[in-house]
Write a protein that binds this ligand. Structure first.
Ligand code: S3P
Length: 179
């Protein structure tokens, strides 16, 4: 599957940590023949530091500033992309607007218990370092739901689905929004 770059919008994946944005995004990009970008990678390239080191050395507010800039840059790209957003990227209203205006935004959902299994053992996420991941993810699911809802054109439930199934559903959602 490929698309006409003159009319195509970005495909944007949002959702909590562990939702599968990067894995599914890479697969969608392959199928669409588009470049894949992950906002965390852009932030790390700009800062020349890992996300965890940015949090440690400069604090979360600085990370959010870099993330806002990364989102603005990718949203403005004339080339249609597949964009995986860091889990907190759409908390910023300007970022939500830029992504919705230039892309089809798909919210990948799963219950916190499933998300916490997927992120288990990964120490790269500073927000999951304190407390129990499942409790943190439950809290984030509640507080962030309005932002994801406001950002998203479509929702895909990823629980009990493998990457192929989720990829297919995301591409169906992209087609439906473009129709
Ligand atoms: C965050 C999610 C992470 C990363 C950072 C903060 C969040 O990205 O941006 O650790 O606020 O939910 P992933 O959602 O890709 O893990």
């Amino acid at each position: 599957m490929s698309d006409d770059p003159s009319t195509a919008r970005h495909l944007v994946l949002v959702g909590l940590m562990g939702a599968g944005k990067t894995t599914v995004g890479e697969r969608c990009a392959e199928k669409l023949g588009r470049p894949f970008v992950d906002t965390d990678d852009l932030v790390e390239a700009t800062a020349q530091l890992s996300v965890a080191d940015i949090f440690d050395q400069f604090g979360e507010a600085h990370f959010r500033e870099l993330e806002r800039q990364a989102v603005a840059d990718v949203a403005a790209s004339p080339t249609p992309l597949v964009i995986a957003c860091g889990g907190g990227a759409v908390l910023d209203a300007d970022s939500r607007r830029a992504l919705r205006a230039n892309g089809v935004v798909v919210w990948l959902q799963a219950p916190p218990s499933v998300l916490s299994e997927r992120v288990a053992g990964n120490r790269a996420r500073p927000l999951l370092r304190d407390g129990t991941p499942v409790d943190t993810l439950e809290r984030l699911a509640l507080t962030r739901a309005p932002a994801y809802e406001a950002a998203a054109h479509a929702v895909v439930d990823t629980a009990d689905r493998d990457v192929d199934d989720v990829t297919r559903l995301v591409l169906d959602a992209l087609d439906a929004e473009r129709a």
